[in-house]
Write a protein that binds this ligand. Structure first.
Ligand code: ZN
Length: 445
């Protein structure tokens, strides 16, 4: 609806290229500029929460306005400069303008001796400190000093921004998609999540979905907490959700389970993964560490939200370093992730529970012409099995994704069978799988 562009790996990669150099943080102009660029993909609305606002147990910080950070040696030669990488300054650093010895400077320098060519990513959001990040090789060539160290930055009262898109569906029950937007110059974590969430919003917005979809683009931790604080009276409409991050690299897919671990969204996502990428995914248990699922899955909210990732934070050497750059991601990886997300969205949209209207023995399919009601592209025997599974399992408790799990038949094929059976008045849709009754699902023997 937003525009007619069909988003794919190539044009999403271009948007990422455009976003990459912007100096983002949890607040400030970089966040606003990034949200504005995402509006090319989907019509997100930018919200503001004032600095100093109490949000649950936290306080919204000031805005960070950064211009440049650099170090000159004794000869006036610039030896380190944020102009060459945003990662060179510790994000949210306070200002400094000081001549200092090598010894005085060293505690403010961060490097990675084990990967000596990489610049680490560090932040100081909640402490009034400053620092620089550099490769271990650069650190070793720094010289003896003294050094003139300057960070041109300030923290001022302003707002915290986040982006939000709501696509109303037939039902007020909501799916929440959340992605963090605060990393200054890292590609996979999390420009990939940002552009894919926006592309998914664009896709969902093309037709009216069954459920309502809400997309939030939030600075990590404090943004999610601010959003929860502002919406704490309405989040009970959320029936499932995904945190999206790290989806542009070539690793296999990982579903991190919700806090409850076996709710509807867990079963559905795992079933889609099983069918779309059978040998290319894994399921991770819930843990109270990671991305913003930590906030959504805190016990007070306990929302059924999991996380979809490719490479998992902290387990790959490029994580939070200058090696998570545009070479670490590719158009084909982004496209593969987008197709998977669309598959999950389609499955969510059609995941209904049906009731068999002729449940005493099998209805006579031949009399109704159903032995020849096969789609052109579908193996007749296979479609026959889809009809039989739908008739057998549709007792008002099993949804398409449940039936897909036991039958190993893709959800879309079961959906096609259900449509035909509904036309022949053998099935009736009773509710969407996300509706509360499904919590009592006992599994199929
Ligand atoms: Zn990160």
């Amino acid at each position: 609806m937003h525009n007619e562009t069909v988003w794919n790996g190539n044009n999403l990669l271009q948007i990422m290229d455009d976003l990459f150099p912007i100096m983002r943080s949890i607040t400030g102009p970089g966040v606003r500029k990034s949200l504005e660029k995402l509006q090319a993909i989907a019509p997100l609305v930018v919200h503001e929460v004032k600095s100093g606002s109490d949000v649950l147990d936290w306080t919204v910080p000031e805005e960070w306005h950064f211009k440049r950070a650099w170090i000159e040696d004794g000869k006036g030669t610039i030896v380190l400069d944020s102009e060459s990488s945003n990662l060179h300054v510790v994000n949210f650093s306070v200002a400094v303008d000081q001549i200092m010895s090598r010894e005085e400077l060293l505690p403010h320098l961060h490097s990675l001796p084990e990967t000596p060519h990489s610049v680490p990513y560090r932040t100081t959001y909640y402490a009034e400190q400053w620092g620089f990040c550099l490769s271990h090789n650069e650190l070793q060539q720094l010289g003896d000093g003294p050094f003139h160290v300057r960070i041109d930055a300030k923290r001022t009262p302003g707002v915290l921004n986040y982006g939000e898109i709501c696509v109303p569906g037939e039902s007020p029950s909501e799916i929440l998609i959340s992605t963090h937007i605060c990393h200054p110059q890292l590609a996979n974590d999390n420009l990939s999540g940002m552009v894919l969430a926006a592309a998914l919003a664009n896709y969902i917005g093309k037709n009216k979905p069954s459920l309502t979809w809400r997309f939030v683009f939030v600075p990590g931790t404090i943004g999610a907490i601010s959003w929860l604080s502002q919406n704490q009276n309405t989040v009970s409409t959320i029936v499932g959700g995904l945190v999206l991050t790290g989806l542009g690299d070539s690793s296999s897919f990982n579903w991190k389970k919700t806090r409850a671990g076996n709710g509807w969204i867990d079963r559905l996502v795992q079933q889609v993964l099983e069918q779309a990428v059978p040998d290319y995914h894994a399921t991770l248990p819930f843990s109270p560490y990671g991305y913003d699922e930590r906030q959504y899955c805190s016990p007070g909210f306990n929302l059924p939200i999991g996380r979809l990732t490719r490479a998992v934070h902290g387990t790959f050497p490029e994580y939070h370093t200058s090696d998570d750059n545009m070479d670490f991601v590719s158009a084909s990886n982004l496209e593969e992730s987008l197709e998977l997300l669309k598959g999950i969205a389609d499955a969510i949209d059609i995941d209904m529970v049906y009731q068999n209207l002729s449940p005493y023995a099998e209805p006579q399919l031949g009399r109704r012409g159903l032995y020849s009601a096969f789609g052109a592209n579908v193996d007749p025997g296979r479609f026959q099995m889809a009809l039989l599974w739908m008739l057998n399992q549709s007792d008002g408790t099993h949804s398409l994704s449940d039936i897909s799990t036991v039958s190993k038949i893709p959800i879309l094929e079961l959906h096609d069978a259900a449509i035909i059976l509904v036309e022949h008045e053998l099935l009736i849709a009773v509710r969407h799988a996300s509706e509360p009754f499904n919590q009592e699902f006992q599994g199929v023997e």
